[in-house]
Design a protein around this ligand. Sequence first.
Ligand code: NDP
Ligand code: MG
Length: 390
Amino acid sequence: MRRVSILGATGSIGQNTIDLIARAPEEYDVVALTGATNIKQLAHDAIRLRADVAVTADETRLDDLRAALHGSGVEAAAGTQAITESATRSADWIMSAIVGAAGLAPGLAALEQGTTLALANKESLVCAGALVLETARTCGTRILPVDSEHSAIFQALIGEDMASVERIIITASGGAFRDWPIEDLPQATLDQASSHPNWDMGQRITIDSASMFNKAMEIIETHEFFDVQPDQIEVLVHPQSMVHALVGFNDGALMAHVGPPDMRHAIGFALHHPYRQDLPVERLDLAAIGQFEFRAPDEARWPALRLAREAMQAGGMMGAVFNAGKEAALDGFIAGQIGFTRMAEVVEEAMNTVAASDGHIAATMTLDNVLEVDHLARKAAQAAIQKKAG
Ligand code: NDP
Ligand code: MG
């Protein structure tokens, strides 16, 4: 039996992971499941999968969690510290699927105990790529990418020599507003931004897809994880979301990864690695699909792409600023404080403010320093939101 834990078990990635694990319960010994607000789902899954412990990030919900687990034998815990501790419990495989920079510390804790980390939490790589990869190296552990584009790149690179890679292309559906007139974007509502044409995901990443902040983060994720230069990474708008990424080699070959927009493929690949196993995903009928379209992204429509390149160029802790600024701007949009197109302006302002402050971008990348810069960037973004809202 493989001992597995799922951080962010109640979310979209977490639930897809549970779907795969619950199909073969005899193969898995579930150690920890974590969530935040959705206590009912957390307790339900912890009981049916016989987890050792269920943890909510929200301390005020501990009593509710205890009540929901009563008599089941599943231990209950609460708080961000308890989540990080749950990642130190011995396991063979841990899914990192908390949303936001909150996933960084538990992911590092998982790596430090020597576990294979299936990484959906792209924010970890955006805000602390060097730290995460160095921790994996020094602890002799392996990170398997779960973001669909990065799983696709990883698969296209199997057996290849990185020295022969010329470029990496990641695709983007273009999100909810791909075909909107650009002048309508400032009026886009939360409901409109929260619906994705192809993927069924958590609300935050769905809005990030509409603003292209998701793809912007994924450019940084590609740069960090595969150690390729920013100018080797391209984005291509591909409305069908079936070609997830392409790797271009020095002999002119492009290796594309093609599959249905179903995260259970990337999750299942990471779960069974290094083997391929039967997965419950649709088999594509390419003759019925008929056509794949590709087009260059319009950076005027999606300024997030430019900001990601500026963050990579600045280097150091700018990724943490970019991510935290984006999280705060997204909070502001969800709360109705700023309009859709203001998000990129807020992120840019946060980047400029922190860049102008002494020594923060060039600071050594430790968890504490990342959290400090994250805090500063959120403050700068909130100030920009207040200004914009006022
Ligand atoms: P969801 O919003 O659906 O789920 C997020 C999970 O994190 C939930 O379990 C939630 O708990 C928990 N959570 C929220 N806030 C905190 C916190 N402060 N501390 C601890 N736990 C918290 O997100 P997704 O599943 O969509 O995304 C998860 C990660 O995977 C993100 O980094 C995303 O970018 C990445 N990803 C997602 C894809 C997708 O298809 N969904 C595709 C590729 C990458 P609760 O729900 O109980 O409140
Ligand atoms: Mg992705």
